[in-house]
Design a protein around this ligand. Structure first.
Ligand code: SAH
Length: 416
């Protein structure tokens, strides 16, 4: 197969076929056997020098028995991301092609629907640790979280294109990778690795709603795909309501509420660019009578301050959605994060008409569903508006959660 990849990708070194022999602590070995894919550097008891990102790391236990094979990254605190545990397997181009094929097969229910923006590959939970691939119509956005993928990237992209015709593939890199460019061998954040530059505005469909997507500069890969099912739930409960969508980004929940028959929807975000995008998204969907009819307002500012101001003014909403960014990425941040979630829940119920609905989401991975739920309930009760008829939901099917750390999204629907 000879495809027109970006010349930089053509020049990146290919897999060296080198393996690195690693030994790890007893508990780290047990962890890998249980199927958790991460091996942290501080849990290694033996690590030879000279390994490069993307070499295959083979982990042995103290008795020299095979434990796991995975992608080795000497620059990451997660030194190895396991691909296979307990039984050895050949990790080569065909191996990754099979993983990609399985991931696409999992999303088959979405094909031919009115959703063409979805996650094709969800990292660890699809057996491709440290790699996310999101699809926006005929564009794929590959986001890497480890340098280890660099030498395997071309094989993976050729396999992807053989499975799924695409107009282009955009590369995104997480911050740790952007800060350490040497092992990227010239690959850069936002590079179009395959296909034509993006002409005009790229859009995708989610449950029939059209959204603009900026995969090169947007947050994450351009859109928050993990809330699709929760947005649909909001759409189904919005008829005739006055809605506040806090942390609205480009108006995902707002559009669903409008299409669902909301009378008025306020999108609240601190980012002017995000709000401008939400206005354009409303325009993109004006052919839908309910969207054209709904009044869409934007409120720019800090959500904590703006909501407190709305409470002071005596504003009342029938439906409040609060879906902030992750407040905790580390265990040590959980307490502060819960405090912030509690404040938001307090403000949220204080803005609700009696019997109104509130939707509270958290994408903080270290915050457990139990702690989140308890904090939300306590905060609402303290505001004199205890939560009732609580429903808890998580990710949509394109965000499988096969190991504990991957269940980051929590969403509560309640009445207060
Ligand atoms: N609910 C969105 C995703 C939210 S992402 C969706 O369904 O797609 C988080 C958003 O919160 C970003 O748009 C960011 O600009 C905004 N944000 C972060 N901190 C904020 C703050 N203190 N006040 C208001 N908005 C904030």
């Amino acid at each position: 197969m000879n495809r027109p990849f970006h010349p930089v990708l053509e020049q990146v070194s290919r897999p060296a076929g080198k393996t690195i022999k690693l030994k790890a602590t007893h508990s780290a070995v047990a962890n890998l056997h249980r199927g958790h894919p991460w091996l942290y550097a501080e849990r290694l008891t033996e690590e030879p020098s000279g390994g490069s990102p993307g070499d295959l790391g083979v982990v042995f236990d103290a008795k020299g028995r095979f434990v796991a094979v995975g992608l080795y990254d000497p620059f990451s605190p997660i030194r190895l991301r396991a691909l296979v545990a307990s039984k050895p397997a050949a990790v080569d181009r065909a191996f990754f092609a099979a993983r990609l094929a399985a991931a696409l097969e999992r999303r088959r229910p979405l094909l031919g629907t009115d959703t063409d923006g979805y996650r094709m590959v969800h990292g660890e939970s699809d057996g491709m640790p440290g790699m996310v691939i999101d699809r926006y119509a005929d564009t794929a956005v590959v986001k890497l979280y480890t340098h280890a993928w660099v030498p395997h990237l071309r094989d993976c992209l050729e396999s992807l294109l053989a499975l799924q015709p695409l107009a282009r593939i955009v590369l995104r890199l997480n911050r740790a990778l952007r800060q350490n460019p040497a092992p990227l061998q010239g690959l850069e954040d936002g590079l179009i690795l395959y296909g034509e530059p993006i002409a005009g505005t790229l859009t995708c469909l989610e449950n029939g709603l059209r959204f603009e997507v900026d995969p090169i500069r947007g947050q994450k890969t351009g859109f928050f795909l993990d809330q699709r099912d929760n947005r649909a739930r909001v759409g189904a409960m919005a008829k005739g309501k006055r809605v506040l969508n806090a942390f609205s980004y480009n108006g995902g929940f707002s559009l669903y509420a409008a299409r669902g028959g909301a009378v008025e929807v306020s999108s609240l975000d601190q980012s002017a660019a995000a709000l401008e995008s939400s206005v354009r998204n409303f325009a993109l969907n004006r052919h839908l009578p309910n969207v054209a009819r709904a009044r869409h307002l934007t409120l720019q500012g800090d959500a904590f301050a703006v909501m407190a101001e709305l409470v002071k003014r005596g504003e009342i909403f029938d439906l409040v959605i609060i879906d902030p960014p992750a407040f905790a990425v580390r265990r040590s941040q959980v307490r502060e994060a819960l405090k912030a979630y509690g404040k938001l829940a307090h403000l949220g119920v204080s803005l609700l008409a009696p019997g109104g609905d509130i939707v509270l989401a958290s994408c903080s991975a270290p915050v457990s569903p139990e702690d989140f739920r308890q904090t939300m309930c306590d905060a609402a009760a303290r505001a004199g508006r205890p939560l009732k008829q609580i429903r808890e939901t998580g990710h949509a099917l394109d965000h499988p959660t096969d190991f504990a750390d991957s269940r980051y999204l929590k969403c509560l629907f309640a009445t207060a």
